[in-house]
Design a protein around this ligand. Structure first.
Ligand code: SAM
Length: 293
């Protein structure tokens, strides 16, 4: 049991956040104090100030952001796709209301426009109020924020995107329209030539079937569909999976190492070795992905 950063007995509140998996095991985080609690038309929104993770955002009862380690998540959500694309200029982030993917996307000077789509305006408002470092990206001239269901937005937009980032996977989240094969088909359709898409596919330890199911839906749409992982302690079971896909045959073979070196200096986790290693999968996951093939 890690005791790093645990205040000595008797210090601090007796308020804890329990982030449990199936109610059986998980993370428990001691809280300095509750900062904000409200309900939007879509989900409960809570912000806590904690000893170990700093400010923590919880949506619909799940931790989705911590000051301490969410850079890891957002770097790994964004940079693999951006560096496998020769010149990603037009970007779309579905579920980007927490500003984390936007912050990483704007580190790429080649980006000319970013559309951030989130169904819940209150998420962005909460970030602006309590996570100013993440909210800064919303003021960038290249950024347009659209408050809408990601499915409806992709259905109606006629803009082709170079990279589409789907960061709105939320088990039991506000609207389940983004977990359908139909939505993934829309993602493929809205990519420009050479475009890439990346989908967050939850913890492979908690929901390996969701990763396999998403890859099954994506395979007919993309020539390359590659899962990859990152580790961050605030995520359920400490491992998060993503799927990077491209329509062209060698879409993911390109990797701009020169752009990576400069970028890595501004990152907490991502660098060239992490990029290459993230796609190496443990045996249990390779078995799970190949089940039924
Ligand atoms: N980063 C989170 C995590 O660690 O799993 C998940 C992403 S984020 C917090 C989820 C965001 O997606 C929320 O801001 C939520 O409002 C948004 N969202 C959920 N369903 C959506 C939909 N159908 N269309 C657009 N945004 C959606």
């Amino acid at each position: 049991m890690s005791t790093i950063g645990t205040p000595s007995q008797g210090v601090g509140t007796s308020l804890w956040i329990n982030n449990l998996v199936h109610g059986l095991a998980g993370t428990t985080i001691r809280v300095k104090h509750a900062v904000y609690c409200a309900s939007s038309p879509f989900q409960k929104i809570e912000v806590y100030d904690t000893y170990r993770y700093g400010m923590v955002l919880s949506l619909a009862g799940s931790i989705v952001l911590t000051e301490h380690d969410s850079d890891i998540y957002h770097e790994m959500m964004v940079h693999p796709a951006m560096l496998c694309h020769a010149s990603p200029r037009r970007i779309c982030i579905i579920g980007g209301g927490d500003g984390g993917c936007l912050k990483e996307t704007l580190k790429h000077s080649c980006v000319s426009s970013v559309v951030v789509v989130d169904i819940d305006a209150m998420v962005k408002e909460t970030i602006e109020r309590h996570f100013p470092a993440l909210a800064a990206g919303f003021k960038d001239d290249r950024v347009t924020v659209v408050i809408d269901d990601g499915y409806s937005f992709l259905k109606t937009t006629d803009t082709p995107f170079d990279v589409i980032i789907v960061d709105s996977y939320d088990p039991g989240g506000p609207v389940q329209s983004l977990e359908t094969a139909d939505f993934l088909h829309l993602v493929a359709e809205r990519l420009a030539g050479g475009g890439l898409a990346v989908i967050q596919t939850d913890s492979p330890l908690v929901r390996p079937d969701f990763l396999r199911q998403t890859m099954t839906h994506l395979s007919p749409l993309f020539a390359q569909v590659k899962p990859y992982l990152c580790s961050l302690s605030s995520f359920p079971e400490g491992v998060c999976s993503f799927v990077l896909c491209g329509r062209e045959k060698n879409a993911l073979g390109r990797f701009e190492a020169s752009r990576c070196t400069a970028l890595a200096d501004s990152c907490l986790y991502y660098n060239e070795e992490i990029h290459r290693g993230a796609f190496l999968l443990p045996q249990y996951l390779r078995r799970k992905i190949n089940e039924g093939k």
